[in-house]
Design a protein around this ligand. Structure first.
Ligand code: ARG
Ligand code: ZN
Length: 436
């Protein structure tokens, strides 16, 4: 069985032996399936039979999966039988996690107060995030910033959101909503959201477009829609890869807690909850017992309802893979009547990214990735009537060695690469809204 180690070195400064932990010996494999094989089905079989954790996108011809040492041989055998090629991307996930968690939370353990520029250098823990938001509220020179809570999470945490209005604006404008942290392990997404708050409220680059965007829109940023999961992913290396919420309403087993919040939004849900989701609480894509069964998804629904008719665009930030997606996600056969127009707007994003040499694939979520009902973009569009609803799978690319564990020293380049693309889409949306 041919298994190759990828050439990527992760550049560790010190060579310590990993302590034993829940991910000792776990490997991340990059799987490439050639030809017409149904990769999605193959991967989903591995998921149920060998408890494989899918990191990448199972319908693409290359995806990443995390495998326990117990099942490694079976998994590799199965893949090889199906003509897949397998490369070991990470040899020991435990080791990798310990290095990364160490590195990424260094500052947050040391400091009590956080200078605002730290948002582009570190992944903030939830309490630091709240501090940062309060700082922005008190010190923004150009905007009126309000920090409130959308509502409580399952474990009772408040869910902060930021409303940013230009200082001299009278009354309400159309709103752009950006959320992140629906999936807790995708840390770059909340980081990007906080950096957008920073760019809008402080305009550190003296960028005239920021002034323009504050004139045109009110901005609402929700850095972490799933605060329980986010806090849990910061606990230690064995919880770093948590994706779901932390509800314990559907199972008594600790490892089966949580609902995949991005399968729980109640749009086209009752017909196809299992499409791209699972009815088994132990799975990472458990949809919940019914649409909007979870407080986290209801929190966003309530916000959107309260802003009915005012939402110009909605961006939901995830990672990773570099995809810019729009509805529909629930069914690959469903097509937006304005798909061509959505495609044009989406291309603004990918064209702007391409100027930075970053390749984004654009299109309808179910076609580009896989069908999955209950995602927030489908609800925004179909349930809340937001025409320009997008899901952004941020960097790194599928081919990157980092996956969810993007080192914090890369945050600032992700932010600087992506902010122009968000601005470009917002301005395009404005032009189109004014035209109509
Ligand atoms: N990776 C995201 C998820 O699995 C993609 C969601 C895309 N949108 C959709 N409507 N399916 O949740
Ligand atoms: Zn996600």
């Amino acid at each position: 069985i041919a298994v190759f180690h990828s050439a990527t070195s992760l550049g560790r400064s010190r060579e310590t032996r990993a302590k034993n932990g829940p991910y000792t010996g776990f490997k991340v494999l990059e799987v490439k399936v050639k030809g017409t094989n149904n990769t999605a089905e193959l991967i989903s079989n591995l998921e149920t039979k060998f408890q494989v954790d899918v990191w990448g996108h199972p319908s693409r011809d290359a995806t990443d999966i995390m495998v326990s040492p117990v099942y490694l041989n079976d998994v590799v055998q199965t893949l090889t039988d199906n003509n897949a090629s397998v490369i070991i991307k990470f040899d020991d996930v435990q080791k990798l996690l310990e290095d990364r968690v160490d590195e990424d939370s260094k500052l947050t353990r040391q400091r009590r107060s956080v200078p605002p520029t730290v948002v582009s250098r570190r992944y903030l823990r939830l309490p630091q995030m709240r501090q940062f938001l309060n700082h922005v509220r008190e010190h923004s020179p150009i905007a009126n910033v309000t920090v409130s809570s959308l509502g409580r999470s399952f474990e009772g945490r408040s869910t902060p959101y930021v409303l940013i209005k230009s200082k001299n604006s009278k009354g309400d404008k159309m709103v752009i909503i950006i959320d992140a942290g629906i999936h807790s392990r995708e840390w770059i997404a909340p980081a990007m959201a906080l950096n957008i708050v920073y760019k809008l409220a402080f305009n550190p680059d003296h960028d005239p477009e920021v002034e323009d965007l504050l004139e045109k829109f009110d901005w609402i940023i929700i850095p972490v829609l799933n605060p329980d999961g986010y806090v849990y992913s910061h606990l230690n290396s064995s919880t770093r890869l948590w994706r779901k919420t932390r509800s314990n309403a559907y199972s008594n087993e600790p490892r089966c807690q949580g609902v995949d919040a991005n399968r729980n939004f109640g749009y086209q849900w009752s017909d196809s909850p299992q499409r791209g989701g699972s009815s088994n609480p132990c799975n990472d894509n458990f949809s919940g017992p019914q649409g909007f069964s979870e407080p986290e998804t209801r929190n966003l629904r309530n916000l959107m309802r309260s802003l009915e008719g005012r939402i110009a665009a909605y961006f939901s930030l995830h990672s990773y893979g570099q995809y810019f997606l729009f509805p529909w996600g629930y069914d690959a056969g469903a097509r937006l009547e304005d798909e061509d127009e959505m495609m044009e707007v989406a291309r603004k994003f990918s064209d702007t990214m391409w100027e930075k040499n970053l390749w984004y694939e654009v299109g309808a979520a179910a076609k580009v990735l896989y069908a999955a009902a209950g995602a927030s973009d489908d609800y925004a569009r179909g349930g809340a009537g937001v025409k320009y609803a997008f899901t952004v799978e941020l960097s790194p690319a599928d081919s990157s060695p980092y996956g969810f564990l993007l080192p914090s020293n890369l945050i600032s380049s992700v932010v600087d690469d992506h902010w122009p693309a968000f601005k470009a889409v917002a301005l395009t949306v404005w032009d189109r809204l004014v035209e109509d």
